[in-house]
Write a protein that binds this ligand. Structure first.
Ligand code: F6R
Length: 255
């Protein structure tokens, strides 16, 4: 494991995806163990699956207790049925919540049965604000630098909102669907402002195809055209990367 610092961001480079997942899970478990009634922001996608597997193992071994933990997920497709196996509700139950001692009533997502998407988004923002602060927000990163579903934009959206997905994001996510036509066109996502209010932010990033965007996130211009660059304004960010994703940073080449 190697550590690099970019201003206040700590980049932790691990040999492979498994070691990266273990390092990130240990960090989340430590936060939960040191914070009574911890509030976690969580992400979906391929990147955190290994982290969730490790958290399940830590929970089963008695090293982390979720009984008093509250969670807010970053985003959810809209509209989508909660029981659809591509919904982020389904993903979280399947990859984490069904296997640890969390109370499902303490797990939160944008509501799918609100009168409309904008009401669902503003209700979710209010719910996050009404809870005490998010102690740790876990994020992945899209190939275009999106975090949550904050796509490249002229501004950093402040609050949870309804967002049109870019064609490149729909294309990237089509691997989970039978065809591109089935990939939802919109989602509700925490805003960049919502994400930045968390005390700690942890990112997991793996694979050679993420090397360029990780490089831009840490070394490129800070711009809403690369939404992840906003993380450089936060005081407590750890990025857990595997060697392939860190290739451009470490060697100037993609390994
Ligand atoms: C998921 C999310 C997205 C993903 C990103 C990377 O809740 O908010 O920003 O983190 O699209 O996805 P993967 O990990 O599948 O490459």
């Amino acid at each position: 494991m190697k550590n690099y610092y970019f201003g206040d961001i700590e980049l932790i480079v691990c040999d492979d995806y498994e070691k990266m997942s273990k390092a990130c899970a240990d960090y989340i478990a430590e936060t939960v163990n040191n914070t009574p009634g911890a509030v976690l922001g969580l992400a979906t996608g391929s990147s955190p699956v290994g982290t969730y597997k490790e958290l399940i193992a830590l929970n089963k071994a008695g090293h982390v207790d979720f009984s008093d933990v509250t969670t807010f997920n970053l985003d959810e497709y809209y509209p989508i049925a909660e029981e659809n196996d591509q919904s982020y509700h389904y993903f979280m139950n399947d990859n984490l919540f069904n296997h640890v001692n969390i109370k499902k009533s303490n797990t939160n997502f944008p509501k799918l049965d609100a009168p409309d998407a904008n009401i669902s988004a503003s209700d979710y923002e209010k719910l996050i604000c009404a809870s005490k602060r998010v102690n740790l927000q876990l994020v992945g990163i899209g190939l275009n630098g999106h975090i949550g579903f904050n796509e490249p934009n002229d501004v950093y959206p402040a609050e949870t909102h309804y967002e049109k997905l870019t064609e490149s994001t729909r294309q990237a996510n089509s691997r989970f669907f039978k065809s591109i036509d089935e990939v939802p066109t919109h989602a509700i996502t925490m805003g960049i402002g919502t994400i930045m209010r968390a005390d700690r932010i942890a990112m997991v990033v793996s694979g050679e195809n993420k090397a360029e965007i990780l490089y831009k996130t840490l070394k490129g211009d800070i711009t809403p055209r690369v939404p992840s660059t906003a993380l450089r304004f936060h005081r407590n960010v750890k990025i857990f990367a595997d060697a392939a994703a860190a290739g451009l940073i470490e060697n100037g080449t993609v390994v």
